[in-house]
Design a protein around this ligand. Structure first.
Ligand code: 5RP
Length: 232
């Protein structure tokens, strides 16, 4: 990641924490931008600028980070509501439709986003696209025993799916739920995200895919103007 991208991510992560108020239950996303947001939230709690915050994490990685920072956490089953969820994304189109799941966390991320009163997405300007999936592959979480079958079914839908492998191909990536991830490319990009989201989730063996449609309330974008980061 470039230094410029780091600065955009830092700026947008800090801007998002301005929306957090004392007493809120906050959904804490996953990935590097969300991690910066969690760090900024932890710092605000430490300085006493916020009190009585409950976090609901979307990954084991986020849970470890939030716990280290002293952010009180509860599980999705233990809370009555989520006031605000803040998360990153891999691609964002002009209608605020997203591809997520670059960190293989999209099952929990979608649960938390769906539950939240307000879902705010934090991205740097490199994530903005006109059409989804021309760049980033669409993650689909599948039961381990079903990956070949789902791969074939995705092919029938026009998608080329590959099993996500760990670095140096040491083995497949395993999600926090113990499942596998197929990364899928649809030739020409995804033209009907809402329809495809449902179609893929209807395939037996699929837990969830990384299309987030009709769920995002606001997208905060970190960019560089001149040589200074700013947020729009
Ligand atoms: C994880 C995600 C992340 O939010 C997404 O991959 C963006 O990550 P980053 O902020 O590191 O670019 O969906 O499953």
């Amino acid at each position: 990641m470039s230094d410029l991208q780091d600065r955009m991510k830092q700026a947008v992560a800090e801007a998002a924490t301005e929306q957090i108020r004392s007493g809120m239950v906050v959904g804490l996303g996953s990935g590097s931008t969300a991690a910066l947001m969690i760090q900024a939230l932890g710092a605000k709690l430490k300085r006493g600028e916020l009190t009585d915050i409950t976090g609901v994490t979307t990954s084991f990685q986020g849970e470890v980070l939030a716990a280290e920072l002293g952010i009180p956490l509860k599980s999705l089953n233990a809370i009555e509501r989520i006031d605000l969820a803040i998360d990153g994304a891999d691609e964002v189109d002009p209608a605020f439709q997203l591809i997520k799941g670059g960190g293989a966390c999209h099952v929990q991320e979608k649960l938390v986003a769906r539950r939240a009163e307000r879902f705010v997405v934090v991205v740097d300007a490199t994530k903005l696209v006109d059409t989804l999936n021309l760049g980033f592959l669409l993650p689909v979480e599948v039961l381990p025993g079903a990956w070949r079958q789902v791969q074939a079914e995705l092919q029938a839908l026009g998608g080329e799916a590959q099993l996500r492998m760990a670095v140096r191909k040491a083995g497949p990536v395993v999600t926090d739920q113990g499942n596998l991830v197929l990364d899928v490319r649809f030739a020409g990009g995804i033209t009907d995200p809402a329809g495809l989201e449902q179609e893929i989730n209807n395939l037996p063996g699929v837990l969830e895919n990384g299309l987030f449609v009709g769920i995002t309330d606001q997208v905060l974008v970190g960019e560089i103007a001149g040589d200074q980061p700013r947020v729009r």
